[in-house]
Design a protein around this ligand. Structure first.
Ligand SMILES: [Zn+2]
Length: 509
């Protein structure tokens, strides 16, 4: 199966924040899951560089002229790429909208829309929010200000080319209603449907050329409106046969562009629609809205160095229901990490592997079926089913549900290990009692299954478990395949799987 997943392209003049990281980690987790399943994955992220924000930011640093602005964008793009490398993000593609390959796609796509009779010239008169980079309706304002940017939009009157969005309103609405998975979560789907039903207006394809952006091929006094241009990154940034995307992830503030304008553009140019658009909520920090002016914007790189990338990812997807708003706070990050990831997952894996290392000469014992207790049988069944249970959640982009199901299984693992007391079973005899050997064999495959289930979220910790089993090359981890941890496998001496953060804090003092 082909699995194409995207993040939005971020403004090149921004710095990577915890919000950007949240979206990108989510796409990364889905990409990692589908790779483990053996799917043909393409994971795209990138940068929106054709915005007037790029020009303003470059000018504020003294850059004058196209080349200087491009140089600024090049430097910033380097910062973004490096951030994703530090954060362990496994994107396959990276698109910048100032690339020629992007301009080529925008122009040819525009040609198809125009040939369809969906472009006309007109005059736009209305309010424009620089933050949104879009015309806004008077009725959407709160106290005369854009509710997202808290700034007063400016009144504009300008010549634009327009796209006949209204022509596709019914078709888009029908698609949304016929495909419950097209927009997730349901609250966002209802919001978009209500927005379309309230009546759409045609949108701009272009704005007057201000010396930056992609000029229209047939009228260079105009440049493509940045949203029309930006949305096309999903086609220009991927291999020619990748489209349609299976999952397009984003924060909820840009769903109208993605769930109304984007599908209409695709219908007009006769491209397939993406399978699922998933909008996540906003993050607050210690209960407060994050903003540059409040000075509480969180740097994900600093956090990942203070804790770990795994700790950050685990917290975001365990704590916050994917789709809802959520609060980020470091105290619960540390608590959850230590109590759950380190204690429930890390400790179980480390204990069971250490036992095998010490008691059975590092060989996962053969299971003696005749000696399995009913409790053993039940645990064996749960282990064999867990990848199926967790996999269904990843397939549905339900990241918190995937982590929750994995951690319920981690609790089962600990209950089993503590109830079966392999240390007591080994006591008093130099030989290896068959019941004890069974418990260790069952625990080994459970530890491996748990590492698999969590690996899209906590790749580093899971890799420590895989390494212990020598799971690489021909034995590389595959979703649902527990054979690398099967009877007769030889394990390496285990290392601590998940070092505790609170302990690390003490060590630093
Ligand atoms: Zn705005």
């Amino acid at each position: 199966m082909r699995f194409y997943v995207t993040t939005p392209i971020y403004y090149v003049n921004d710095v990577p924040s915890i919000g950007h990281a949240y979206t990108t980690f989510a796409a990364d987790a889905l990409a990692r899951f589908h790779r483990l399943r053996g799917d043909d994955v393409f994971f795209l992220t990138g940068l929106d560089e054709n915005s007037q924000k790029t020009v303003q930011a470059a000018r504020s640093r003294g850059a004058q002229g196209r080349d200087a602005i491009q140089k600024y964008a090049d430097e910033m793009a380097g910062t973004w790429k490096q951030a994703w490398r530090i954060l362990g993000v496994t994107n396959d593609g990276f698109i910048r909208t100032t690339e020629q390959r992007h301009a080529d796609v925008v122009k040819s796509f525009y040609g198809r829309v125009k040939a369809k009779g969906d472009v006309y010239k007109g005059v736009y008169e209305g309010l424009y929010c620089d933050g949104c980079e879009a015309f806004v309706n008077e009725s959407d304002l709160i106290d005369g200000k854009c509710p997202l940017h808290k700034t007063e939009p400016k009144r504009l009157r300008e010549e634009n080319y327009f796209f006949k969005l209204t022509r596709y309103a019914d078709a888009v609405l029908r698609h949304i209603e016929a495909n419950p998975d097209f927009i997730k979560p349901e609250t966002r789907r209802n919001e978009v449907a209500a927005f379309i039903k309230a009546g759409l207006k045609d949108v701009s394809v272009s704005r007057p050329n201000q010396g930056w952006g992609i000029p229209l091929p047939d009228d260079d006094s105009q440049c493509f409106w940045v949203w029309f241009d930006a949305l096309l990154n999903y086609i220009s940034g991927a291999p020619a046969d990748a489209w349609p995307a299976q999952a397009q992830l984003m924060a909820k503030d840009i769903i109208k562009f993605h769930c109304v304008i984007w599908p209409a553009m695709l219908l007009s140019a006769e491209y397939a629609l993406p399978k699922t658009i998933v909008a996540h909520g906003f993050l607050t920090v210690n209960g407060q809205k994050m903003s540059k002016s409040l000075g509480n914007a969180i740097d994900p790189i600093a956090l990942s160095r203070k804790y770990s990338v795994d700790a950050l990812r685990y917290f975001l997807f365990r704590e916050i229901s994917f789709g809802a708003d959520g609060d980020f706070n470091e105290k619960s990050l540390v608590e959850r990490h230590d109590a759950e990831l380190a204690n429930a997952f890390g400790n179980f894996a480390y204990r069971s592997l250490s036992f095998i290392n010490a008691k059975t000469d590092s060989l996962v014992p053969e299971i003696a079926d005749a000696s399995l207790t009913p409790e053993d049988e039940e645990f064996r069944k749960k282990t064999s089913e867990i990848c199926g249970v967790v996999g269904k959640e990843f397939e549905a982009c339900e990241l918190k549900a995937a982590v929750d199901a994995s951690m319920r299984f981690a609790d089962e693992c600990n209950r089993f290990f503590n109830a079966r007391e392999p240390w007591a079973l080994f006591k008093g005899s130099g030989a290896q009692p068959v019941e004890a050997r069974n418990v260790l064999a069952l625990s080994a495959s459970a530890a491996y299954a748990l590492a698999l289930c969590l690996s899209p979220i906590t790749p580093t910790a899971s890799q420590r478990v895989f390494d212990c089993f020598g799971a690489s090359g021909a034995k590389a981890p595959r979703w649902g395949d527990l054979t690398p941890a099967g009877s007769g496998s030889r394990i390496a001496k285990p290392e601590i799987v998940v070092p505790k953060l609170a302990l690390d804090e003490k060590k630093k003092k």
